[in-house]
Design a protein around this ligand. Sequence first.
Ligand SMILES: *Cc1c(COP(=O)(O)O)cnc(C)c1O
Length: 367
Amino acid sequence: MKKLFTPGPLNTSAKVKQAMFVDVGSRDLEFTNAVQEIRSHLLDIAIVDKNNYTTVIIQGSGTFGIESIISCALKPNDNLLILINGAYGERILKIATTHHIATEVLRFEENELVNPTIVEDVLKSQPHITHVAMIHSETTTGLFNPIATIGKLCKQYDKTYIVDAMSSFGGVTMQVEENNIDFLVSSSNKCIEGVPGFSFAICKRESLNQCEGNSPTVSLDLFEQWKGLEQNGQFRFTPPTLAIMAFQQAISELVKEGGVSARELRYRNNQQVLLKGTRAMGLEEYLPQEIQGHIINSFLYPKQPNFNFDRFYKKLNDKGCVIYPGKLSKVNAFRIGNIGQLFEEDMNYLVKCMIEVFEEEKIVVTA
Ligand SMILES: *Cc1c(COP(=O)(O)O)cnc(C)c1O
């Protein structure tokens, strides 16, 4: 079986895959119970008071969840400030523009964090802004944006706060209520280690209630989706039954591992093992260490003219290691993820394979 050193879909455990070896009806009690159990667990992971927050599960990939929130949370006279330092921030802008939502955009370099001082200046001087959206773990590079600091500003200036924590939720302790987040979105196939099939939104009830009657679409109506789930644990349209059964198992394994903090330690250790190897090889990391998260790393292409990414990728793939191409706007890089069912031995194996491929390709990075 191949090892996926990617930001998702990721390797899942045998039991997670086995959980899909059942035919379960969308109205079966077994299924609707799984849905409600998952919704409740997600609130525990988000560290929120269940009286103040609720979960909505949305069929489709992560982007469907973002589009559901962005399209439902803003009313005609509202204005969304989007804080962008990578491709996923740009994606939020594309969604907002497609839905004819008025936006303000603050762009930062791909190798720098969203700067709270600049954000505060904008919030002060542009009171027509009603909502703020940003990415926590910008998967384009692997940096972690300062969601807590921006959350404080949103509270101070009374803005609705939307966070895309797709690639980090479940792999980083995240205080959703404490950080004043109104809507946080993630998906089934990232750090919770389930299979692809749905996204989920952790929503402040007060903010979700304001979405009623506001959706421009039927299928991505966040409020109606919530109402359906609340009434009977049922989805309005065909649910991803097997992905839900797998996710229920994935959550129980997260708990067994010791919760989010234990998982974070495993991922951090994976990263340390990886970086020890890549540094010894002379590979250069794209981000400064201070802003690097532990989900995924970007590495610059070696400067040797004979380095060919497609060949490098294919040769690693043939050895069972799937890495990830880069998505940077200005430099050539590739990415390696530390998440999913990956352990120290897998990271060591990847490093060994990279060294072998470099030798075959006659690429010498070390001086
Ligand atoms: C994975 C990811 C998404 C969602 O991508 P999909 O392909 O729609 O699942 C969104 N934002 C970030 C930061 C991600 O890492």
